[in-house]
Design a protein around this ligand. Sequence first.
Ligand code: HEC
Ligand code: HEC
Ligand code: HEC
Length: 479
Amino acid sequence: MPFPALHKYRAALLGSFFLIIATLFCAPHAQGQAAKDQAALVEQGRYLAVAADCMACHTVPKDGQPFAGGYGIDSPLGRIYSTNITPSKSAGIGNYTEQQFARALREGVRADGARLYPAMPYTSYTLLSDDDVHALYTYFMVGVKPVDTVAPQTALPFPFSVRASMMAWNMLFLDNKRFTAVSDQQQINRGAYLTNALAHCSACHTPRNALMAEDNSKAFGGAPLGSWYAPNITSDPVSGIGGWSDQELAQYLQTGHVRGKNQAAGGMAEAVQNSLQFLSKEDTAAIVAYLKTTKPIRDAADVKPAHEYGQPKSAEASLRGAVGPNETHSLNSGAVLYSAYCASCHQANGGGSGNQAYPSLFRNTATGSANRANLISTILYGVERKVGDQDVLMPRFDSQSYVNPLTDEQIAAISNHVLQQYGSPGAPVTAQDVAVARDGGSKPMLARMQPYIVPLICLVAALIPLGLLGLSIKRRRRK
Ligand code: HEC
Ligand code: HEC
Ligand code: HEC
């Protein structure tokens, strides 16, 4: 036989033959499958980026290119510019490996090794799973259009300009761990993951300590946010959201508007507009289920929920025959100012419009809360929110107002009128309160200390040699 062993290989040859045919047939299918997997991964990453609200900080509002950065975040320590996170190789993160991307997200370290400021919420994103980081990376590399515009550089005052100082801060406050289950119920775990890892609700609603790290012993207990206030959203029925129904909470996250409770303005309006309204029904329900399980925090001064204060009341009768509201010298009492600038929408009795598109000012947490910040800031900055194709708009009354800029005294007078008529009793609003809110809110201690840090360091530096000198003299004497 010329090929004595051929029959021995017949099976193998046949096998290879079938394999080749199979490969020829299936390769396009496999390729198609790979493309489908990739598309699904990009879509998953896109949804995660929405839930994590990367857009809010990494895009200049209104006319900025998506994810091209350059948005100036006014932190109490100075303005921090978000960076370009499009896949541009010259201006963005096009050269980031997945590992470097994961490190930026979960540890706050840039590809070049420099530390990021915690204005980038890596203390929340640190909980992200490997799978989700992979999907986010794929989306940013494949699904986002590269933009070659370099974002402006951040230049904080010394000593915050030293990025390496964040290493010490991270050692104290970054718990570099992935998410672990908090409950044996799947829905509550999903809610905890969304709330804590992705949506970083705590970045606004959890108070911060003297070094500006979130104080987890008071998680979701309410915190100042520039001139606004992110209220207590723990499960407490008096100080928190324990008295809200699940349905109301879900509606608030999806639309920012719940009759008889609150309307989202400021940072919450941005969170709803850019992120929360796009979550699936299941994910919204999961967040609500989790919020209802959070540890309740009660403010001892609160006697009833903020949304239970007030009833309709009109001061119009007392104004009849008084000077016309358009004569500026008459605009000095809260009642007259309210009549001139607020009643057209919120009605003379504060009850708002029939469909509540102009909401009631009683049974509203902005007026019922002992913290007056959201009432003052609403008057100063108005309300602006786009949900679906609906624009919600209340005009602002600060110096940029197209209606009429109001003074600190006038805004304090309106606030006190609104509080007396419709809100909770307690400390009145002063013109000084309004001035502080106009200036971006009161500064935390670390920011107030900034001017003294350099002299302090010099003082300590001068004292150390003096101390050493003293020590050596002592020693010499002992000898
Ligand atoms: C609350 C605002 C905020 C959100 C939300 C946010 N970022 Fe950032 N991010 C920043 C800021 C500010 C910086 C720059 C910080 C600095 O310069 O130290 C930054 C920096 C980064 C960097 C480093 C880029 C570089 O090389 O400079 C990456 C990567 C990044 N962000 C990705 C993301 C992704 C992905 C998301 C969503 C999952 C996200 N960020 C959400 C504010 C934010
Ligand atoms: C960028 C900051 C920011 C983020 C992020 C944020 N919030 Fe808020 N939130 C606020 C502010 C500010 C208010 C007050 C809004 C107002 O009264 O106009 C608020 C109000 C609320 C209220 C109404 C409370 C009340 O008593 O009226 C709820 C509920 C709420 N937020 C839940 C959440 C949840 C859940 C998340 C995360 C999924 C979240 N927020 C993320 C800033 C934020
Ligand atoms: C042109 C109509 C209009 C005028 C004038 C107006 N508002 Fe509003 N106001 C609105 C709208 C719209 C909302 C938000 C509704 C929503 O979010 O769904 C709102 C919301 C509010 C809220 C709730 C905000 C929050 O954070 O919860 C308060 C408080 C308020 N207005 C007070 C005032 C006061 C005080 C004045 C007068 C200085 C005034 N408004 C003038 C339309 C108006």
